[in-house]
Design a protein around this ligand. Structure first.
Ligand SMILES: Nc1ncnc2c1ncn2[C@@H]1O[C@H](COP(=O)(O)OP(=O)(O)OP(=O)(O)O)[C@@H](O)[C@H]1O
Ligand SMILES: [Mg+2]
Length: 367
């Protein structure tokens, strides 16, 4: 986070519910707080309610229930145009028949700022997004990344109290995405503007945000720093949603008196970590395994056996896809993995893996 004094609850969202009239509300009950100067990412799969929440904050949709405040002021009665909120949508939505300057000036005009003051403000924000000198261009004379930065400049020109970004990078190709991602984060570090960004890309959320709110089905499941979301995911869903590649979940259960089964295959944890599994006391749990927690071993040292199905070079290392029963797991390997069908003996440190309740999906605390 930018190092300036931060106030908690700069943006406060309390029990917001939104129904569009369908059988299921788009937002069931969402409460969130965003500190002043913080960058929050709303992360979740398609249809979970991210854009709906952003629109409600912006005043483009009314909440069915719940309340919001920005900088201590209730938002309920403040009309959209008076909310001091800058918005950048998924499609950059620049006016195609207007120059860059005119695009940026538009919002200022609406707020009654004209003449030299507006000129100065336009120059200032173009400078901020590193597009100085391009004000006379038309949008179609700019690259996708530059157009997106104009959209950002337009949102910043009104000096908003809050910046809302809805999938701002989704129209850009892979390289540009990464560049603009760094640009936006850098800009955030520089001006410290409170920002809420919607994305379904976990890498984007984890790399750009100070905190991430993971959403599913109209709820916020976990709201925390990227490190905590990654290392202590609250549920199996979150574990299997974040990380590159994300964790794979495998059922683990006791089998017989002294044995265990992982994904239905015989599994022998080392004696030092057996106590972790003994605490399951006969229940079946879901174990989250990440590619970098797994390694290939000799048959005698392996804890569980499978079969190599395919592998891909990921720059500096390989990712092998190994079948254990019906399941596929990814294993990171510095050496090129064996060919299709080769037996694979795998090791991992069970005390470093996470276990989840198979019914509720909640993380099980087996310390
Ligand atoms: N204007 C609307 N009228 C009726 N239903 C809507 C409307 N807008 C969104 N919905 C529904 O509300 C739910 C949440 O939609 P929302 O656009 O907030 O999802 P999202 O998380 O932004 O998804 P995506 O990642 O695909 O953009 C979806 O089921 C959607 O079909
Ligand atoms: Mg959306």
């Amino acid at each position: 986070m930018a190092d300036h004094p931060m106030r908690r609850n700069h943006l406060l969202i309390e029990n917001v519910m939104k129904s569009y009239g369908g059988p299921e509300p788009a937002l069931k009950s969402v409460s969130l707080d965003v500190s002043e100067g913080e960058f929050l990412a709303l992360l979740g799969p398609s249809g979970c309610g991210k854009t709906t929440l952003l629109k409600i904050i912006a005043g483009l949709e009314e909440p069915t229930q719940g309340s919001m405040a920005l900088a201590g002021e209730g938002l309920d009665t403040i009309p959209t145009y008076k909310r001091d909120i800058g918005i950048v949508f998924q499609s950059y939505a620049l006016f195609p028949h207007m120059t860059v300057d005119a695009n940026i000036r538009f919002g200022l005009d609406m707020r009654g700022m004209q003449g030299a003051e507006a000129d100065e403000r336009v120059a200032e924000v173009l400078d901020l997004v590193k597009l100085e000198g391009l004000g006379k261009r038309m949008p179609n004379e700019l690259s996708g990344g530059q157009q997106q930065r104009v959209a950002l400049a337009r949102a910043l020109a009104i000096r908003p109290k809050l910046l809302l970004l809805d999938e701002p990078l989704s129209n850009l190709d892979a390289v540009l995405r990464k560049n603009v991602r760094v640009d936006i984060r850098e800009l955030h570090e520089r001006i410290g503007l409170t920002t809420v960004m919607v994305t379904h890309d976990q890498e984007e959320a984890m790399s750009m945000a100070d905190r991430v709110a993971v959403m599913a089905n109209g709820y916020v499941l976990q709201h925390d720093t990227p490190e905590v979301i990654f290392e202590q995911p609250a549920s199996a869903f979150i574990a299997s949603f974040v990380g590159n590649p994300p964790a794979i979940l495998l059922p683990v259960a006791q089998r017989g008196t002294d044995g265990y089964a992982l994904a239905g295959a015989p599994f022998s944890p080392s004696s030092s970590t057996k106590s972790v599994f003994d605490q399951l006391e006969g229940r079946t749990a879901e174990m989250a395994l990440r590619a970098d927690q797994l390694s290939f071993a000799d048959a005698s040292e392996g804890m569980v056996a499978g079969e190599v199905h395919s592998s891909e070079y990921v720059g500096g290392s390989w990712l092998a896809h190994v079948a254990i029963g019906e399941h596929r797991i990814a294993v990171q390997s510095r050496d090129k993995p064996s060919h299709f069908g080769a037996p694979a003996h795998l090791r991992f440190e069970p005390s470093q893996t996470l276990l989840f309740d198979p019914d509720s999906g909640d993380r099980m605390d087996l310390s």
